[in-house]
Design a binder for this molecule. Sequence first.
Ligand code: NDP
Ligand code: MG
Length: 399
Amino acid sequence: MALATPFAPQQFTDVKQRKHLAILGSTGSIGTQTLDVVSEYPDHLYPSVLTAHSNVALLIQQARRFKPRKVVIARADLYSTLKEALAGEPIEVACGAKAIAEAAAAPDIDMVVTAMVGYSGLEPTISAIRAGKKIALANKETLVVAGELITGLVKEHKSELIPVDSEHSAIFQCLTGESLEAVERLILTASGGPFRTLSKDKLHHVTREDALRHPNWNMGAKVTIDSASMMNKGFEMIEAHWLFNIPPDNIEVVVHPQSIVHSMVAYKDGSVKAQLGLTDMRLPIRYAVNYPERLPSKCQKLKVCDFANLTFESPDYDKFPLLGMAFDAIRRGGNIPCALNAANEIAVAAFLAEKIGFMEMPELVAETIARCPYVPSASYDDLVSTNAEMRRVAEELIK
Ligand code: NDP
Ligand code: MG
């Protein structure tokens, strides 16, 4: 069999021929790394829309460098600063959550990268799906909150979800060319976070700074805390359930402290496929934004001999109760995963503000969910009110 000649990416000098991206949350960890990837493929990718919440200085800097068609800042009070700074540029400027949702659905956009954090990603993601856009999905909370609704809308509007989360990108790649019928289970790897080897007693005394020190990944504050509590892996199990239509009981979480095997798929014939890579989010981002092509990169490459010891162990559900709560929530379904997410967002914010301790986060989440009126098949409006109500309940419980 003859090997294909090395792939030479096609050069597009005309901006119209490049893939137009809307990067929602361009100033965050995923957003800035997406722009790194855009810089690798200037003839292929064009960041047509950039959005942020409050980091107006970085948004201005990005706009001057990447010349997007439009920038949007969520906070209306920062609109004039942004507008004045970009006065000399041919760039549209807007503000507010509605404007972000509209920008995600603009006719020129080919793909929307959802790199916003938390519940704020839901509305613009729905708007983009309704407009039939391809979604490079980083904002896992969208699927936690509204997985059933989102996957239904994706089918209805012929949209597509391409995972950015490294584990889901790994599974997506392992599933390529396979039938879902042949899958026995998904094996989701977890680093175990900074507290993997700490006793449960010691977990009561860890600080905000301890929790923000992730051993393998440099990420935004919210997802870093979720990784330390293993809520992140619980959310990723729910994300995998909706993305790949695999029941939660067929998703196994395995702690793999080196974070080199990004996840695996076990097939019914006994074979297991894994995807490996260095701990660099630009790898799954590169795959998602170039999908279905796999373009060459000058990035640092994995040398397997540098990793002689890859280890795997079962997670400790007693030390990390939020992981088990995620399984309970998705088994109950309806609005319960939405309540889990709302309570967790309040818990993480309170922990970061040093109002509650690390082990008070699972307590707060459990108590909040216990007060959630169960809605079995939740509409969008049910989810919006569950989110608002459960945030209020969690805030009350903190007081
Ligand atoms: P960051 O906190 O670093 O960035 C969040 C981005 O969203 C920023 O651009 C921020 O703007 C913007 N933003 C925050 N709140 C709002 C809001 N209410 N309205 C509009 N924009 C908002 O987060 P990460 O990049 O770490 O994470 C983004 C998503 O990707 C999360 O869902 C996370 O779970 C997921 N993810 C992240 C990984 C990582 O390595 N970081 C890995 C896998 C998944 P501003 O800067 O102005 O505040
Ligand atoms: Mg992940």
